[in-house]
Design a binder for this molecule. Sequence first.
Ligand code: G6P
Length: 598
Amino acid sequence: MCGIIGYIGEREIVPVLIGGLKRLEYRGYDSAGICVINNGLNVVKKKGKIFELENQPELKEIKGKIGIAHTRWATHGEPNKTNAHPHLDCNKEIAIVHNGIVENYHSLKKLLENEGHKIISNTDSEIIAHLIEKFYSKDLEEAVIKTLKLIKGTFGLAIIHKNENKIIVAKRGSPLIIGIGEGEMFVASDVSAILDYTKKVIYLRDNEIAEITKDNYSIKNLEREKVDGKIHEIQWTINQIEKGNFEHFMLKEIFEQPEAIENILRGRLKKGKIKLSLNLDVGQINKIIIVACGTSWHSGLIGKYLIEEITQIPVEVDYASEFRYRNPIVNENDLVIAISQSGETADTLAALKEAKSKNAKTIGIVNVVGSTITQDVDCGIYLHAGPEIGVASTKAFTSQVMTLLLFALYIKQEKGFEIEKKMLEELENLPGKIREILEKSEEIKKIAENFKESSNFLYLGRGLNFPVALEGALKLKEISYIHAEGYPAAEMKHGPIALIDKNMPVVFLATKNNYSNKILSNMQEVKARGGRIVAVVNEKTSEIDKLADYVIEVPETLNYLSPIINVIALQLIAYYIANFKEIDVDKPRNLAKSVTVE
Ligand code: G6P
């Protein structure tokens, strides 16, 4: 949610900043701006996507060695040029870019206005520039610290002053990294912005501030005491953050799922044993609570089925946004698992905080290395799915489900039980089976074309495939703007059945499991009311042929693994429908990849 890049060094600065913004565009794309120091502050801002900023003629004139830039996802104040970052102080000497929310901005704004400051935007962020101005007397770092002590809320911040050869950055609850180069330094809200230039990064921790010059950096806490920053070597490659031959990141990421699953298994499945570096006494776990948002919440629901069946430990799954406020019953014998692709989702972070305040043990299942959640948990499992840039999550979802299955099997193993040979074999076979379904993408595309005019969709599944139905519906909503709902198939008769007519497509997850026959009865009920049926099955039978208008055959696997295979068919349906509707699939309206505000 919003992206920051900053640069200090000898390169031509505008291409570095604009290039970085393009890499960050998936985090927010309603307006953007840059500011470079050169005889004062040179600012260019524009409503819309980065290419619109890039086309501004004034940009060509801008030269300099120090600059910051921002791409926005609006929270306070509509997307327009005035509300776009960077924001300046009254004297146009200080520029800031900010991710996060200043919760007490109303009172701070009033205070500043009473002192004569002219606040011109409707954002909460602008007041940060004015507060720094208020406290500034030739020491930018000191003025920033005084400002940060006043601010309630979250920030990832980069700040420059027209007379100072440095960038100041700070973090609380919103990511900020320093990229270390040779005679140059970068700052960014996420590594993809700077991967073209350096792989050496430091992840700031909450309430840290850093002063960055061309050759150096120094990190301090808000008491101005020096703290160490650990340098990490980024494993992601440039190819991973480029679309390559794919039309969209989302499609590329759907097709990366076989490798993503292989990556999870690599090093964790050895000679029939699951190896996870978790500092956990599994015998002590009384109850597991999974907290997450969006797609990650859906993988958590699948996790509940898997963990309960495999380990017999009770599992609750909570929306992180609900858990954080409902005074949940949690204690030191409970394990709270936070699932998050980005590792930055504000509600999930707050839920973790709540769990920790009640002394629960915490685990993170996260994709982005070094992200805030990974810094906050007792231990964790990385997905290692590579960067996910398409706003609609795909490979992170299947990686999360795979990780939850491994986690369940690990508990079983640690409790002294053998993992069945059949399961171990099928884990090895899974990437190949995913490739088989991906080979059907053209077939699925043809089916999708029939639904580009639809305005509603119903997705039905049972057991482990009920959350898959929810995820299929979410994917469609997010990128095609078609209203879609997921339901347990048996619940259809308690309400949704009233919606069924010839205009209502219903997607059934009807692969082989204990409920297959019951799902066939549900199909009959839909057919009898004229609904259009898409069936995801393992095998075309004459019965399915009679009932379904469209059939997608997917490879058969163990029930525990079926969500991973089945959801890929639904990801492809959603992708192609949205593509037929000519929607920018990677940047669907109103959404952001990583939601770092409440
Ligand atoms: C946003 C994204 C979703 C994602 C959710 C949770 O809403 O658009 O795709 O599932 O956040 O994100 P997380 O990074 O915590 O998994």
